[in-house]
Design a protein around this ligand. Structure first.
Ligand SMILES: Nc1ncnc2c1ncn2[C@@H]1O[C@H](COP(=O)(O)OP(=O)(O)OP(=O)(O)O)[C@@H](O)[C@H]1O
Ligand SMILES: [Mg+2]
Length: 177
């Protein structure tokens, strides 16, 4: 699958790449979720500015408080907070900023992280534990071990990443309650 973007009045083609992880035994539940197209009960939408680590992390902590009030089990809450935090920090650390949309349903949470690029050219490589392109500033703040994406996968029931070089990145996470 390829698509076109305008660049210096030339047309360049970049290969869109996509990564799917679905936890064993969750295939049917995840398929049902996408097929049903239900309206979420609560939607929490927050901006994530690029390179602002005072704000990055606030969205997942706000989400955690909301879900706690809704009575979500503490172990599930922990997984949501970890996956959400890592995805949020990635938008701040590696992109020009974006947003986090948390869609809360009665039986699951569906989180979407979308940013304004520059995108990931090789998602499989980005998923490899230890792989990181974090710059010095990001490393000084203690990030850049290359463990965020593997950690998101470990804590998620489903993970879908769509990106391409010089394009937005979309990270979608599903965790059942
Ligand atoms: N939203 C994004 N936009 C562009 N590149 C990204 C994005 N998220 C991740 N990446 C790329 O994937 C790599 C691996 O991400 P991962 O979260 O696993 O590690 P990290 O962020 O570098 O370090 P850590 O999460 O351990 O602090 C990043 O270094 C970056 O190259
Ligand atoms: Mg990371």
């Amino acid at each position: 699958m390829g698509y076109y973007i305008m660049q210096d009045s030339a047309v360049a083609e970049f290969e869109m790449s996509e990564y799917w992880y679905i936890k064993p035994d969750f295939e049917e539940k995840v398929q049902d979720f996408f097929a049903q197209k239900r309206e979420p009960e609560v939607v929490l939408e927050l901006d994530i500015p690029g390179k602002d680590f005072n704000i990055a992390g606030k969205g997942s902590s706000e989400l955690k408080n909301l879900l706690k009030r809704l009575g979500v089990d503490s172990e599930i809450l922990r997984r949501i907070a970890v996956a959400g935090y890592e995805a949020e920090i990635n938008v701040a650390a590696h992109s020009q900023g974006g947003k986090m949309i948390s869609n809360v349903f009665d039986n699951l949470i569906y989180m979407q992280f979308m940013d304004n690029g520059p995108g990931i050219s090789n998602i499989q490589q980005a998923m490899t534990p230890g792989f990181s392109t974090a710059d010095d500033l990001v490393r000084e703040l203690g990030f850049g071990a290359g463990l965020g994406l593997p950690n998101i996968q470990k804590n998620s029931d489903a993970l879908h990443i769509t990106s391409a070089l010089n394009s937005p990145t979309l990270v979608e996470i599903i965790i059942f309650f």
